[in-house]
Design a protein around this ligand. Structure first.
Ligand code: NAD
Length: 260
């Protein structure tokens, strides 16, 4: 499939997990990539692996923390300088924080989750949208979570941040659809990435595999999702094929969020 051929796409949190899977999927469809992550070592590995698999695409990497506004401004400027335009933006970097009941949640951790998951996504929108506005074209995918459409036990900060991501997605669609910019969010359920592996360790430090099996058993599909399954939806939403979908938050969770 080549429906992203020669498009320039920025992906944050691209060094591993959902960001890396989306990068591979977009590269396989012909996109040129600007990969952003604050983990320099993993980002370098991701770059080497993608370059080996897809030598024909252009790829730059920037080590940046998405919760640092000036770093976000800089990676957007660098992408524009290198490629001349920004067609797609996968606004993905995020953290889970620690699991604790609401009234016992560590306040500093709460602020950190908000800084990365909410402010990081907002800074990205703030600096990418004006570029897309000038082009009269853009595709944005914000990464929310089922925690952006449902409550999740012991994850107050994460749930607050992801509901905010879903809300900002609606506003971006309202305010910028007229400029040919489609902004949607995805709401993955439990997808097997390093972040989710760490969550199962928090739930059951002595036997994280049993926590994983228990979680999967309550899913209608009886399994966790794979990063590639999310990457394919992301690539669709970053392409011209989603030209009349705007402001939506699309669950990718094997059907679990329908459960009552
Ligand atoms: P992950 O921890 O496996 O990977 C996240 C990547 O983002 C890492 O490479 C990390 O270095 C980078 N990152 C984290 N904070 C950053 C920052 N401040 N600046 C720059 N880079 C940063 O996580 P994942 O599971 O791939 O999650 C990616 C996104 O998907 C997150 O927003 C997460 O909330 C969301 N999500 C994941 C799942 C899931 O099941 N894996 C479910 C719902 C939502």
């Amino acid at each position: 499939m080549s429906n992203l051929k020669d498009k320039t796409i920025i992906i944050t949190g691209a060094a591993m997990g959902l960001g890396l899977a989306a990068a591979i999927e977009c590269a396989s469809r012909g996109a040129n990539l600007a990969l952003i992550d604050f983990n320099a070592e993993s980002l370098e590995k991701a770059k080497a692996s993608i370059k080996e698999q897809f030598p024909q695409i252009k790829l730059i990497t920037t080590v940046a923390d998405v919760s640092d506004e000036s770093a976000v401004k800089a990676y957007v400027a660098q992408t524009l300088e290198t490629f001349g335009r920004i067609d797609g933006f996968y606004n993905n970097a995020g953290i889970e924080g620690r699991q604790a009941p609401m009234t016992e949640y560590d306040i500093e951790m709460f602020k950190k989750v908000i800084d990365i998951n909410l402010m990081g996504v907002y800074y990205g929108l703030r600096y990418v949208i004006p570029v897309m506005q000038k082009q009269n074209y853009g595709r944005i995918v914000n990464v929310a979570s089922v925690g952006g459409i449902r409550g999740v036990m012991n994850q107050t900060a994460y749930v607050a941040s992801k509901h905010a991501v879903s809300g900002m997605t609606k506003n971006a669609a309202l305010e910028y659809a007229r400029y040919g910019i489609n902004t949607n969010a995805i709401a993955p359920g439990a997808i097997l990435t390093p972040m989710v592996a760490e969550a199962f360790v928090q739930i059951n430090p002595t036997d994280p595999k049993s926590a994983e099996a228990e979680y999967a058993s309550s899913n209608p599909s009886k399994r966790l999702g794979l990063p590639e399954e999310v990457g394919k939806v992301a690539a669709f939403l970053l392409s011209d094929d989603c030209s009349y979908i705007n402001g939506q938050t699309i669950a990718i969770d094997g059907g679990q969020s329908n459960s009552y």
